[in-house]
Design a protein around this ligand. Structure first.
Ligand SMILES: C[S@@+](CC[C@H](N)C(=O)[O-])C[C@H]1O[C@@H](n2cnc3c(N)ncnc32)[C@H](O)[C@@H]1O
Length: 244
């Protein structure tokens, strides 16, 4: 059995904020995410299961085989990657996250999960930013990914257009980018939607229409075939982008 690979940023505190030769903006986002998750990462999976809806439906759409390579951008605690690792043929699994703190939890969770499953493929975790995604530099891959996931991550990234561009550049033609994120809650009763928005704002998360519109634009521009489906009456959407 292989252990999950933890890159040096997960273990070497001296590397914090300087991994991947990040500039100031990048370092700021990493610091912000570390601040946000330093404490909550310990209860993250327990608490988020009730409002990060649609994640398992997203995972059902991920096609894996012994030869596939799947990346989750903003992998957090590695909850999704560990679920994929439980498949008989999970292929190669990679996780990228801005937060060193989250990655420490992800590495510990991955090791725990993999020790239970003999013969498990390893989960490769790296610290870095979505908008700077580079399969070769970050993961030593000469080939692009078959699937890239964003699970409740894209709407959190200040420079999200760069994250979409980087994902398109690092997925193979015919490969798929899958996104689950908050939607406009239009099909929910108004009072419920208002209360929900207030509650979500306590966790610094919300629907960003401009992200959704940009994904529609990817389809219109011919960079990919884009489709959307609703989760729980437009609480969230799942976007599928097949790169053309
Ligand atoms: C709401 S959590 C979701 C975690 C996981 N995807 C899940 O479904 O449980 C968002 C994650 O995105 C990460 N993140 C935020 N901005 C990022 C960026 N620019 N690049 C990479 N990861 C980022 C955060 O550190 C955090 O782990």
């Amino acid at each position: 059995m292989n252990e999950p690979v933890s890159d040096s940023p997960l273990s070497a505190s001296s590397n914090r904020s300087s991994s991947n030769n990040l500039g100031n903006v990048a370092a700021d986002q990493a610091v912000a995410m570390d601040r946000m998750y330093r404490v909550t990462r310990h209860i993250y999976d327990l608490t988020r299961r009730y409002y990060l809806l649609g994640r398992d439906r997203l995972l059902e759409k991920v096609i894996t085989s012994p030869t596939t390579a799947t990346l989750e951008v903003g992998c957090g605690t590695a909850r999704n990657l560990i679920k994929l690792a439980g498949r008989q043929h999970s292929g190669l699994l990679y996780g990228l996250d801005a937060s060193h703190e989250m990655l420490e939890t992800a590495a510990a969770n991955s090791i725990r999960a993999c020790t239970k499953r003999i013969g498990q493929e390893q989960i490769v975790l790296r610290q870095g930013l979505a908008e700077q995604l580079d399969a070769q530099r970050m993961f030593g891959r000469s080939a692009p990914f078959d699937t890239i996931l964003f699970s409740y991550c894209l709407s959190m990234i200040p420079t999200w257009p760069g994250a979409i561009d980087a994902a398109l550049a690092n997925v193979r033609t015919g490969g798929v980018i899958l996104i689950v994120d908050f939607w406009d809650q239009k099909d929910l009763p108004a009072f419920f939607a208002t209360g929900l928005k207030r509650w979500l704002s306590l966790f610094h998360v919300h629907y960003r229409p401009e992200v959704h519109e940009a994904l529609v634009e990817v389809g219109k521009s011919g960079r990919g075939e884009v489709s959307f489906e609703s989760v729980a009456r437009r609480y969230a959407y799942i976007a599928t982008i097949r790169k053309t």
